[in-house]
Design a protein around this ligand. Structure first.
Ligand code: HXC
Ligand code: NAP
Length: 297
């Protein structure tokens, strides 16, 4: 179990909005932000889910949580979250764009609406929320911070999750572009690209049966395990805190080395020690032969 790495009051007096904060990673990160002294607004489509989470988080941490229903595809609902947060906590300092929709499917099986649904939640939702909060920060001269939860395939691309890859890729470029443009206001934007961190939302849609029984998601990860929520929460809290004040436009991968395992020769970990002996010998013989050839020329 990972322990928190920041000082207890690292986020004291900060107010952070966490989209999709009722479940999964958003909930775990919110828990840690509260432990660090932040006020947190969680929002998502299902009011009952965020109400229940808000209660749990307040009971567990003694912190202050506001739950406001919001579909991130709707700018008016986003404005409402912002207004309610300011009314309750006085201001907003941070935004964690964490809401997402995703499922695996061969792309040719997708309807237009299926593609739009994912892109609208992930890309449109991220830029709508960022625009609303950014305008408020610029107008009120607040040096706010945005953190976007991305994926490793936002940069590599990936089959079978193409709408999500398209949307996460777009959101990542927005992160970098706005970091360049809004730096002059003291606004920072960063991203985290997580590998697999078990959550019900992701596992139901990305590793459903019979897939779950057919493959072990840890087998191709160099560190041979999935991530712990606390590991991600530590990184997220750091990037939302003033300790990361000189980092902007950056995406930090936290995946146990999973993307690197795609490297040309990384699959050679399956070769046994005896096979390496034979391979070494074979390469040396080839080297000798090539030297001899050179001498006889
Ligand atoms: C093909 C599908 C489908 C599937 C839905 N659709 N599921 N098409 N295969 N498995 C199609 C529907 O038929 C419909 O198109 C369109 O998508 C919209 O579906 P709705 O159910 O009406 O949409 P909605 O109620 O808005 O739900 C959105 C959702 C749902 C994305 C489809 O799964 C959801 O609410 N997800 C939220 C949580 C989530 O996805 N969490 C996982 C994040 S994990 P038609 O044309 O039929 O009307 C993640 C990280 C990945 O992002 C990295 C891991 C390592
Ligand atoms: P999750 O629990 O399903 O979280 C997704 C959240 O998004 C839910 O709380 C959902 O709440 C909310 N949401 C969906 N559509 C929304 C909408 N239209 N408006 C507002 N909120 C909406 O899954 P998770 O694994 O924690 O994912 C969290 C983030 O991590 C996502 O950005 C995901 O892409 C990213 N990520 C996860 C993993 C992983 O391994 N788990 C890996 C890489 C990246 P409602 O249904 O109530 O709206």
């Amino acid at each position: 179990m990972t322990t928190g790495m920041l000082r207890e009051d690292a986020l004291k007096d900060k107010t952070i909005i966490v989209t999709g904060g009722g479940t999964g990673l958003g909930k775990s990160i919110s828990h840690y932000l509260l432990e660090l002294g932040a006020n947190v607004t969680i929002c998502s489509r299902r009011q009952a889910v965020i109400d229940q989470t808000a209660k749990e988080l307040m009971d567990q941490t003694g912190g202050r949580v506001l739950a406001v229903a919001c579909d991130v595809r709707n700018p008016m609902e986003i404005e409402h979250v912002l207004a309610e947060t300011i009314a309750r906590f006085g201001r907003v300092d941070g935004l964690l764009n964490n809401s997402a929709g995703n499922f695996i499917s061969p792309t040719e099986r997708l309807s237009y609406k299926a593609f739009d649904t994912i892109v609208d939640i992930v890309l449109r939702g991220t830029y709508y929320f960022t625009l609303a909060v950014g305008k408020y920060w610029i107008e009120n001269k607040i040096k706010g911070t945005v953190l976007n939860i991305s994926t490793t395939y936002a940069t590599t691309g990936s089959g079978y999750v193409v709408p999500s890859a398209v949307a996460k890729g777009g959101a990542l470029i927005m992160t970098k572009s706005l970091a360049a443009e809004w730096g002059k206001y003291g606004i920072r934007l960063n991203a985290i690209a997580p590998g697999p961190f078990p959550t019900k939302g992701a596992w139901d849609r990305l590793f459903p049966e019979p897939l779950a029984s057919m493959m072990d998601p840890t087998s191709r990860i160099p560190l041979k395990r999935v991530g712990e929520h606390g590991e991600l929460a530590n990184l997220a809290a750091y990037l939302l805190s003033d300790y990361s004040g000189y980092i902007t436009g950056e995406s930090i991968t936290i995946d146990g080395g999973e993307v690197l395992a795609a490297g040309e020769f990384s699959h050679l970990e399956r070769v046994t020690s005896e096979q390496w002996d034979m391979i070494g010998e074979s390469i040396k013989q080839a080297n000798k032969a090539s030297k001899k050839e050179g001498q006889s020329e």
